[in-house]
Design a protein around this ligand. Sequence first.
Ligand code: GAR
Length: 201
Amino acid sequence: MTRIAVLASGRGSNLQAIIDSIENGYLKAKICVVVSDIGDAYALERARKHGINSFHVDPKGFGSKDLYEEEILRILKNNNVQLILLAGYMKILGKTLLTAYKNRILNIHPALLPAFPGLHAQEQAFRYGVKVAGCTVHFVDEELDCGPIILQKCVEVKEDDTDQTLAERILEQEHKIYPEAVKLFVENKLRLEGRKVKIIK
Ligand code: GAR
């Protein structure tokens, strides 16, 4: 069974979606550890509630990103982690984790990449005036919100939407496609061909 670490900085609703998918049998995997850079992130609380090991690793306690990530890496290795999921993890990954887990780190982003990378993607899309928004699960590489795309889901923008209502509908889809993408990964159904991700049926 694939051993997963989830890195999260906030409320952890995507973490919850993965936990639920494992508990209801959809996903055959195990979350061994949840790590957060934020001490009072609700994601850590969710992990505790489900008996999952959780760690707050405070970046301020380290002299550099490398040292900070080496500490995270130590935790992941101790737990024999095979796959890292970023779930609202608001730090850009450095070379320590990227090298150790090359092609074994996934991220969920609340926009149809490559449109609207970075922070507050739903609001960026709403303000831009798009008619179709959505979310993306992708492999993580050196560039922000840029790695090969695994799954995307469209969400139509309604006339009476606010950035809030749009973000809520995007989030519902995030909670569906993230477990779906993780399932494809753990069932070894993803093949990377350059920038493209082939899904084996
Ligand atoms: C989610 O909408 C996720 O897509 C986004 O942060 C939110 C975290 O919510 N991630 C990014 O913007 C990454 N660039 P959650 O903590 O409830 O899962």
